[in-house]
Ligand binder design. Structure first.
Ligand code: HEM
Length: 125
């Protein structure tokens, strides 16, 4: 098993994760039906997002929360969706990587997902 330490590692992780996501019965439809995701744009954004979070590269310039409010308005993003997202993310990491950055990618995604789930719920009230 290898460490999660380069841009290539992140690309592998993100690509493998979304391959699972789009096949998934619980959350796949968000990426196909709710939003018709342009993968050529979305994937590179996610590489820079994780590069910024894990390696402190400062290459990601967006606002990860903001992007999800309009999605949440079309179809409520609920706790069980986030639970599935996290399950697939954790699974993909554990299938491919070990070490500090791998653990950190799990912990950080849990924190962001919990905050996001809370914000989406509040936005619906
Ligand atoms: C049920 C959970 C989630 C769903 C259904 C979801 C869905 C989506 C969709 C459809 C997009 C738009 C793609 C496009 O540009 O066309 C997006 C963007 C994004 N998502 Fe999520 N997401 C979820 C959870 C998360 C979590 C937990 C994170 C972070 C750990 C995250 C990070 C991002 C980022 C960084 C973007 C790109 C924002 C930008 O354009 O700068 N998402 N998501």
């Amino acid at each position: 098993m290898k460490k999660l330490e380069s841009r290539e590692d992140i690309e592998l992780l993100v690509n493998s994760f979304y391959a699972k996501v789009i096949k998934d019965e619980t959350i796949g439809f968000f990426f196909k039906d709710v939003v018709n995701v342009n993968w050529d744009k979305h994937l590179p954004k996610m590489y820079t997002f994780w590069e910024t979070i894990l390696f402190g590269q400062m290459s990601y310039k967006g606002n990860p929360m903001q992007m999800h409010f309009p999605i949440n308005e079309i179809k409520a993003m609920e706790k069980h969706h986030f639970a599935k997202w996290l399950e697939l993310w954790k699974q993909t990491i554990e299938e491919n990587f070990e070490g500090e950055n791998a653990s950190s990618a799990i912990t950080k995604s849990e924190n962001i997902a919990n905050l996001m789930a809370y914000k989406m719920e509040m936005a619906r009230k």
